[in-house]
Design a protein around this ligand. Structure first.
Ligand SMILES: *[C@@H]1O[C@H](CO)[C@@H](O)[C@H](O)[C@H]1NC(C)=O
Ligand SMILES: *[C@@H]1O[C@H](CO)[C@@H](O)[C@H](O)[C@H]1NC(C)=O
Length: 400
């Protein structure tokens, strides 16, 4: 009796297993075919109106290699394409110990030759100068190693804010811009920028590229939050926990996210010039003291009133790299059928077996404690928070 039952059950479970495998292969194949069809079909590239004026900004620290190999040339090509009268280039470099300054002086010289308006500031203030300064009222924190140290994020926010200063000066002169384009230290092309500006037919509060240092993993995880506000589930395709973000990615459509800052980013200029102008910031020191931190590049989306109206999008068609090799590895395509099938399954399994409950619990409890200590405490960028403390050190920055 027992042996009869067993022999009956075996073909059934084998059948079930085969069914699942067959479904998995078919599903993966279907995903790949539809992805491939979409990503190869849409090569039409509507040019944005030439009248669109862009304010180009970047901050640099020890970027000489990429500046000389790719970045400077890419900026020159971009301003030539757009026309010197339709751009402003705002660059802030500080404290590099390689020859970033020399490389940026060359860029300055070229831009001058082309008649491009710009502010290229090369500051001699080093990280050491910053951290040995007398702690001021803001941006410093008592760290577990018993020191009062300079927080990294408010420092970066300050530098990014400096690059936005000319926007206001220019407005006083009656010169206005449609978009602010934030360039990371990445390899990019004019077409990448055009595609980025055209994200979601030009309707967005922010549009980001996807950035790669060591493909196939994407790079900047600190500021990326999916449509539900969750951090990435995995660093390789299809990255996200939320179904909305994943579905858009699969069809190579603009991916709705709550925050992104991966490589190059475009935002309408208007919020930066409003009566209470949008600026980069860190979370309050009193909150950071609970061992929490948030990227200035995530908080900016939380603060931007346009985020709720127009949305923040990551454009998977625009892929940039921190090296020439990384850029080449993700063009023209960056996904093989095997990789997609594996990715879909890895993502599925991780969603089945993992939860954000414990991470959220830690963050939420600390925020609740912080709120409890004083009245009127509120952080709109709660979804940006992570369990970290970051400080500046003389040769970079550190987790403490
Ligand atoms: C950012 O810029 C604004 C305006 O320039 C300034 O008031 C604010 O203090 C800056 N924030 C940081 C963190 O430096
Ligand atoms: C260029 O930018 C820096 C940093 O914001 C500022 O201090 C300087 O005054 C600006 N220069 C000009 C000519 O606007």
């Amino acid at each position: 009796m027992a042996s009869l039952r067993r022999s009956r059950r075996r073909p059934f479970s084998l059948q079930a297993l085969l069914c699942v495998i067959f479904w998995a292969i078919l599903d993966g194949f279907h995903q790949y075919v539809s992805h491939h069809r979409i990503s190869t079909a849409a090569t039409v590239r509507p040019r944005p109106l030439q009248s669109e004026r862009i304010f180009i900004t970047s901050i640099h620290w020890n970027n000489e290699a990429i500046l000389r190999s790719h970045w400077n040339d890419a900026v020159i090509r971009l301003v030539q394409h757009w026309g010197p009268n339709n751009v402003f280039v705002s660059v802030y470099e500080s404290g590099s110990w390689d020859d970033s300054k020399g490389a940026l002086r060359e860029l300055d010289f070229e831009l001058d030759r082309l008649g491009v308006r710009r502010n290229i500031t090369l500051s001699t203030t080093t990280h050491r100068d910053e951290i040995t300064a007398v702690p001021s009222s803001e941006g410093w924190i008592d760290t577990p190693r018993g020191k009062t140290e300079l927080r990294r994020i408010p420092y970066l926010a300050r530098l990014r804010n400096l690059t936005l200063r000319p926007l206001e000066d220019l407005r006083r002169q009656g010169i206005l811009f449609d978009k602010v384009l934030f360039l990371g230290d990445v390899v990019f092309t004019v077409d990448d920028v055009i595609d980025l500006l055209n994200t979601n037919d030009g309707e967005y509060a922010a549009a980001c590229s996807l950035d790669f240092m060591r493909p196939p993993a994407f790079y900047d995880t600190f500021a990326l939050r999916d449509s539900e506000g969750d951090a990435h589930l995995m660093q390789t395709w299809p990255y996200f926990r939320s179904a909305r973000s994943r579905n858009a990615l699969r069809s190579m459509s603009p991916v709705p996210v709550k925050s992104c800052w991966n490589g190059i980013v475009a935002m309408p200029a208007e919020p930066f010039l409003s009566s209470s102008p949008l600026r980069f910031r860190g979370i309050p020191d009193s909150l950071a003291q609970f061992h929490l931190e948030a990227s200035e590049c995530c908080l900016i989306h939380a603060d931007n009133p346009l985020s709720r109206i127009h949305g923040v999008y990551l454009n998977p068609r625009v892929r940039v790299g921190y090296t020439g090799a990384a850029y080449a590895a993700v063009h023209p395509s960056w996904l093989s059928p095997q990789f997609m099938v594996l990715g879909i399954w890895k993502n599925r399994l991780r969603r089945w077996v993992s939860t954000t409950f414990f991470q959220d619990f830690v963050v939420n409890r600390r925020v609740a404690l912080w709120k409890g200590r004083s009245q009127n405490r509120h952080e709109v960028g709660e979804f940006c928070l992570i369990n970290e403390m970051q400080v500046l050190i003389s040769n970079g920055w550190a987790h403490v």
